[in-house]
Write a protein that binds this ligand. Structure first.
Ligand code: MSP
Length: 655
């Protein structure tokens, strides 16, 4: 997408649910949006950058209740945490919207009226499977094992209620035309087909009101149906225009349509299907692009509160430096793909890309210019002595911008780093220290000036990613990064002609070891802090049979039996589970669902024996009943099942 044609640039992040505190995923979207906004401002665009919080819906109502708070109290508290984190991160948003803002509420009601009046909303009865956590209805076919949410795996419930519907089906063809109108409506382009196929499969009308809870925007009074509140996604999506005053004071509406809605891949359907359809119904223009990024995992695992492995962006930024963290996120993952967060990967990027490539280059220039030229640099000889290198670097500087507008920040940065390599190579081959000895001062100066100019241009183009660090680099090179220097150095390809270099402290001190304790380390520390249980004293029978030991009777309360695996199969959509039928000498085999798929193939299990805890209460895993547990031992090298040394009759007690 080229930003040239459009001098106004409206950029949005999703508005974040207030049922959770900010984590790395939220920081990622916000930092991409911030970088884009900063770049657009540097390039002279009139930018409006929106972020905020999504505060209505059953999920929030429930989260507040669980904490003994009113939904508004709770929303105020969490919304403030998002806002203060973005402020601390110096996110350059122009507006922070909350869906509890009065103007937003009025704007959404206005939109409902408009859609209602033009015949796009009707009342009917809704029956469907609802996932409270995702605030989404699913059809029976979409459910996993007839009950579970295909998005988050949680149990869904059947909801039957009177509801207003939006005629989404009516917009199917126009949506398809819209996707066709440009190949990059949906970014990355690989996601485009996913959306198109979904729409081609047919769109059902969308239930857009609820009567089963209260925490939402009421329908407009005109409709006269006070039982209903609006579906949270209708409410939330509208934020992109109510923030500009839609339905109230429309003075910022000239920013519409959005240049890009930045979102995560999980909410693409809402943004690429529902949202444009709502806009068509309202007679508003459609956004230029919807760009969906992938998910962050931690050390290869999905992040979740229950695992305690959620990356706290503030903790990481505090330890490693906010701008280093920004660089890492925007460099590490190709847009649209999932990325893994590990402190090792972050440390490598800081030491290698930032320290070795960028920081050292600056140090070399500071050192040589000081030693040979009293820090005074002139660029007159660059074209003569380093014309080729300059041309090569300029070609890159002139061609990186589109990557940014395609949100390919990793490729943008990779290309900038190519110019650092050109600069490093120019020093290694130009060898200014040799030239100085040979009395070829002009050549030595030309090499230093080439490198300083490459560094200057890199710092301008890197400024949206690392605003403060790059100003420090610019200061060292005797200039300031602003729109004017952007035009001169990047657009016009001019050189800093005569300038004095200033010493700056090293920008990227080397980091050897992870600076933040991992969740496992934290847990171990907590454990160590707990008071130790008294060590049993010698000869003290009471203590020997003390608190952490069990009696033989207690042991025999556990019924352990030998079982023979008679059937084994994989559980579809599960990475971990196998479903086994285990003969325990009873009328029929027991079904046992076990997390051993990573280590055992079903075919290798059939006919073998296992040890089973036979008197465990039944449990349900992914909707399947499990009637026991098999014993296994797991260490760093993997998992091994515990088996009788010689075959035993199925059902033989173990004791
Ligand atoms: N409130 C809705 C958005 C409404 S926009 C009109 C919502 N909120 S959210 O807080 O649950 O998620 C916000 C964003 O965070 C989504 O874009 C989601 O993809 C992103 N992430 C949540 N967890 C994530 C990771 N682990 N990694 C990357 N981003 C992820 O959805």
């Amino acid at each position: 997408m080229s930003e040239e044609k459009c001098k106004r640039v409206y950029i949005t992040t999703p508005i974040y649910y207030v049922n959770d505190v900010p984590h790395i995923g939220h920081a990622y979207t916000t930092i991409i949006a911030d970088t884009l906004a900063r770049y657009s401002r540097l390039a002279g665009m009139d930018v409006f950058f929106l972020t905020g919080t999504d505060e209505h819906g059953q999920k929030i109502e429930q989260a507040a209740k669980a904490r003994g708070k009113s939904p508004k109290e709770y929303a105020d508290e969490i919304s403030a945490r998002f806002k203060s984190l973005w402020d601390e991160f110096e996110i350059s948003y122009d507006k922070f919207i909350r869906t509890t803002d009065e103007e937003h509420v009025k704007g959404v009601q206005k939109a409902f009226e408009v859609m209602y009046e033009n015949g796009d909303i009707y009342k009917d009865l809704y029956r469907g499977h609802y996932c409270v956590s995702c605030e989404t209805f699913f059809t029976e076919q979409q459910l996993v094992d007839d009950e579970f949410c295909p998005e988050c795996g949680r149990s869904t419930s059947i909801v039957e209620e009177e509801s207003y519907f939006f005629r989404l089906s009516k917009y199917q063809d126009r949506l398809l035309e819209w996707y066709d109108s440009r190949p990059d409506r949906i970014l990355p382009k690989s996601k485009r087909n996913e959306v198109i196929n979904f729409v081609k499969n047919g769109l059902d009308d969308l239930s857009i009101t609820r009567t089963s809870f209260d925490w939402g925007i009421k329908l407009p009074e005109k409709i006269g149906d006070p039982k209903h509140v609006m579906y949270v996604w209708l409410d939330a999506l509208m934020n992109y225009v109510t923030a500009l005053g839609y339905g109230t004071d429309e003075k910022l509406m000239h920013y519409w349509p959005a240049k890009v809605h930045l979102i995560g891949k999980d909410i693409l359907r809402f943004h690429a299907i529902y949202w444009p359809a709502f806009l068509m119904s309202l007679g508003l223009e459609l956004p230029h692009h919807v760009a969906a990024h992938g998910w962050w995992t931690r050390n290869g695992e999905k992040m979740s509160k229950s695992k305690g492995n959620v990356v706290d962006p503030k903790e990481i930024a505090d330890a490693y430096g906010l701008e280093n963290f920004r660089y890492f996120m925007l460099r590490e993952v190709p847009f649209g793909q999932d990325g893994d967060f590990s402190q090792r990967a972050l440390i490598d990027r800081i030491n290698s890309d930032l320290g070795n490539d960028l920081g050292n280059l600056l140090n070399r220039i500071i050192g040589m210019s000081g030693k040979y030229f009293d820090f005074r640099v002139e660029s007159d000889g660059v074209a003569t002595h380093h014309g080729e290198e300059l041309k090569e670097a300029e070609a890159i500087f002139g061609s990186v911008e589109p990557y940014l507008y395609e949100i390919q920040t990793n490729r943008y940065l990779e290309d900038l780093w190519k110019t650092l390599r050109i600069a490093n190579k120019a020093i290694d081959t130009g060898m200014p220290w040799v030239k100085m000895k040979e009395g070829k001062e002009e050549e030595a100066m030309a090499t230093i000036a080439l490198v300083a100019n490459i560094l200057a241009k890199v710092s301008v183009l890197l400024h949206p990613f690392m605003p403060k660090t790059t100003q420090t680099i610019a200061k060292a090179l005797g200039f300031t990064i602003d729109h004017e220097s952007y035009l001169r150095l990047v657009r016009e390809g001019a050189l800093l002609e005569r300038f004095t270099i200033e010493k700056v402290p090293p920008l990227f001190p080397r980091i050897e070891e992870p600076l933040v304790e991992t969740p496992a380390e934290k847990a171990a520390k907590e454990e160590a802090k707990k008071p130790k249980k008294a060590e049993p004293k010698k000869g003290d029978a009471e203590d020997e049979s003390g608190a952490n030991l069990i009696t033989i009777d207690q042991f025999f309360q556990v019924s352990l039996k030998v079982g023979t695996v008679v059937e084994a199969e994989e559980v579809p959509k599960s990475k971990k589970l196998l479903k086994l039928q285990v003969d325990l000498g009873e009328a029929k085999p027991r079904q046992i669902v076990a997390g051993i798929k990573e280590w055992y193939a079903p075919a290798d299990l059939v006919g073998t024996q296992v040890c089973v805890v036979a008197n465990l209460k039944q449990a349900k895993l992914m909707g399947m009943v499990s009637e026991g547990m098999i014993l296994a031992a797991k260490d760093d090298e993997g998992l091994a099942l515990i088996r009788p040394e010689k075959p035993k009759k199925a059902g033989t007690p173990i004791g």
